[in-house]
Design a protein around this ligand. Structure first.
Ligand SMILES: C[S@@+](CC[C@H](N)C(=O)[O-])C[C@H]1O[C@@H](n2cnc3c(N)ncnc32)[C@H](O)[C@@H]1O
Length: 260
């Protein structure tokens, strides 16, 4: 891998964003546990994690724990999944769910902790929140927390995602989404063996549903805009897309890192 320039980071994402949306976090297109998209995603995560029932799994940035519970059920895990989640609102919701152990920590604090060795670690839609300057410390710590042969699976998105975003939101996305190679390089320096996979899923959503999701700031990208700027962005998209279904792919980048 080459040397990658890190785009300037603007921390539009904060605990406040996730605390604010904690109660309704799962009721949108990408997080609805009953959707075919979600079933596909669980299947792909299971395949990349190669989970078996005896594995100890941690889901870092695991939100309210719904995805962790689905993985646990599908893989028939014998031990509860450890959810590591710094947002107070989301970790409190995860604590209420049976079958999880919850640590209200951020990824680096968790990586630096001593603890029982894990077989699998998942970081799904989390790494764009991390401090790029701290990745070496993070991945060295996670390497140490894994048992030999253990896996760290990162699911993230590209710099130019295929979603209908208004121009200013696309800019914010680009500023906040480091290239996957930044993480891959840091994992390589920590000693991990690495594979990259690109997964795509064709999505269809009514334009007005998509616009309403943006209006609810369903992704932290939209928390960079005040109400007026968000309304202007939504108007831009309404003018650009006819009423009716919008079709676009979800594109996920999966980095499978193995402790050798
Ligand atoms: C887009 S959500 C993804 C949640 C969950 N992994 C999923 O895919 O449904 C991003 C999550 O990362 C968490 N997060 C943000 N910064 C973090 C950090 N430094 N360490 C660990 N988690 C973090 C947020 O609180 C939030 O739960």
């Amino acid at each position: 891998m080459g040397v990658w320039e890190v785009p300037p980071q603007e921390n539009t994402v904060s605990d406040a964003h996730y605390d604010e949306i904690a109660e309704r976090y799962e009721d949108v297109l990408f997080y609805d546990p009953d959707s075919p998209y979600h079933r596909w995603l669980v299947g792909r995560a299971l395949a990349h994690l190669a989970l078996s029932p005896s594995h100890r799994l941690a889901d870092i940035g695991g939100g309210a724990g719904a995805f962790a519970l689905e993985l646990a059920a599908a893989a028939e895990l014998r031990e509860p999944v450890l959810v590591v989640e710094p947002s107070a609102g989301l970790s409190e919701r995860a604590i209420e769910r049976e079958g999880l152990v919850v640590e209200a920590l951020d990824a680096e604090a968790f990586a630096r902790q001593e603890g029982p060795r894990l077989d699998r670690i998942l970081m799904k839609e989390v790494v764009h929140h991390l401090d790029p300057e701290r990745l070496d410390v993070l991945y060295q710590g996670l390497y140490a927390r894994l048992a030999p042969g253990g896996r760290l699976v990162t699911i993230t998105r590209p710099l130019d995602p295929p979603y209908p975003l208004f121009a200013a939101a696309r800019e914010v996305w680009r500023r906040n989404q480091p290239p996957a190679e930044l993480f891959a390089d840091a994992m390589g320096r920590a000693g991990f063996g690495l594979e990259r996979h690109d997964e795509r899923y064709p999505l269809e959503v009514e334009r007005d549903t998509w616009l309403a999701m943006i209006g609810r700031r369903f992704w932290s990208t939209f928390s960079a805009f005040d109400d007026e700027a968000l309304a202007a962005g939504i108007a831009e998209l309404r003018a650009a897309h006819a009423a009716g279904p919008l079709r676009f792919d979800d594109h996920l980048i999966v980095l499978v890192a193995e402790r050798l």
